[in-house]
Design a protein around this ligand. Structure first.
Ligand SMILES: Cc1ncc(COP(=O)(O)O)c(C=O)c1O
Length: 403
């Protein structure tokens, strides 16, 4: 339940557009995750691509959560914030081998997801360093859009099971120590059965990796985007996985540690994008509410057709009317089409909910508009955690030449 008064206070105190996070919701989600897998040896590595604000990273560290990273600067940020290299896993996609070298130097765990880099890894390190292998088991998971169907055999992610023989040829050629296997499905796991299907494939393949210590199940646990939306029950998933996991470890003769890389699950619900309605406009057919934001600040509705609940915080008891909520970019820029909302007046503050994951981290300066500020409440304390851009930020790094 959103705290309407607090959100209105935040909008007043810090201005709009504003990303506002509730640290208690992040703590609650971490506990929920830990509880669901309490009976397993388990490590949680927060996928920091979903929200890399350093105060959020610091909260994760404090709560005993490690990091899943996809770039060297993400690793460096994590190290700067106090994470130890062993708490960080690097899961890059199709990167130059120099990035892999750098991660090895920095001492993180490493996921390799293509045969070209695996071959280079073998040539350079032989059996002196270990790595994880990211596999693509070609499960067609449930997905809202084709864009996020990552286990699908059309996707670029992971090493296809069709290449399993070649994979093992490279491993044995260089004596590569594979101590982990990894699979990830992005934002699409809504049912226990889909997860278990992936797990079973991995458990069967695991016997071919004699040095195995870890299985990394990635992220991709869906979260609700509006109150009451049905999503996976993690406790039920933990219970259903347990007998399969036990049988697998017994067969292997050792305990395998499970890793997860949740992103949105930990931060999605904690974040709200607060915007102010600047202009009401009708074209005779559609009533538009134009806000001081746009897909430059939250791209998910336009990019993934994602649904985010919108609430009119300023007029919560008014009767409902249909609005198309649009941003101020010179582009088609919808947050919601024909959505029933409490009557909107110019100046009202709208809350776009469940925006904590892949919200700010996908922000751009398109249309030369400032990136929003971010604030966080922890206990009773409401603090800014990122300043709004200024003109200096827009001009930074640009070079004016003479003509
Ligand atoms: C390898 C990997 N792990 C974890 C995640 C986090 O996914 P989510 O935020 O859906 O939990 C992603 C997201 O794309 C990913 O690619």
């Amino acid at each position: 339940m959103l705290n309407r008064k607090r959100l209105l206070n935040a909008a007043k105190k810090f201005g709009t557009p504003l990303y506002f996070y509730d640290a208690d919701i992040i703590r609650r989600q971490i506990s929920y995750f830990q509880d669901a897998f309490r009976t397993f040896p388990v490590q949680i590595r927060y996928a920091m691509k979903s929200n890399s604000n350093i105060s959020i990273l610091k909260l994760m560290l404090k709560e005993g959560v490690g990091l899943d990273t996809v770039s060297i600067p993400e690793i460096q940020t994590g190290l700067l914030m106090g994470f130890q290299p062993e708490q960080i896993v690097f899961t890059p996609n199709l990167v130059d081998f120099n990035e892999i070298r750098e991660a090895v130097k920095l001492g993180t765990s490493l996921n390799i997801e293509n045969l070209s880099n695996l071959e280079k890894f073998g040539r350079e390190y032989g059996s002196s360093k270990s790595c994880f292998i990211r596999l693509n088991p070609h499960i067609i998971a449930e997905s809202q859009t084709e864009k996020v169907a990552n286990w699908h055999n059309q996707s670029k992610f992971g090493i296809s099971l069709n290449l399993f023989d070649k994979l093992h040829e490279i491993i044995s050629k260089y004596g590569i120590v594979v101590d982990g296997i990894h699979l990830h499905s992005s934002h699409v796991i809504m049912k226990t059965e889909v997860f278990l299907k992936g797990a079973e494939i991995i458990f069967n393949l695991a016997q071919d990796f004699p040095h195995l210590k870890y299985i990394d199940f990635g992220g991709g646990i869906k979260v609700p985007h509006y109150a009451g939306e049905k999503v996976i029950d993690l406790k039920e998933l933990g219970n259903a996985l347990k007998p399969k996991y036990n049988a697998f470890c017994n067969k292997l003769g050792k305990k395998i540690e499970l890793w997860f890389e949740p992103g949105r699950f930990l931060v999605g619900e904690s974040g709200t994008l607060l915007t102010q309605v600047k202009v009401l406009k009708s074209n005779g057919l559609v009533d538009f509410a134009g806000v001081d934001s746009g897909f430059n600040h939250l791209i998910r509705p336009m990019f993934y057709d994602a649904y985010h609940e919108i609430l009119n915080l300023s007029n919560p008891d008014a009767k409902k009317k249909k609005y198309t909520v649009v941003g101020n970019l010179c582009e088609i820029d919808n947050f919601a089409k024909n959505r029933l909302l409490n009557e909107i007046r110019e100046g009202d503050i709208l809350a776009i909910t469940h925006a904590g994951g892949y919200g700010y981290s996908m922000v751009s300066q398109y249309n030369s508009r400032f990136r929003p500020a971010e604030a966080m409440v922890t206990g009773d304390k409401m603090q800014l955690i990122r300043e709004r851009d200024t003109l200096d930020d827009l001009l930074r790094n640009q070079i004016e030449i003479s003509f």
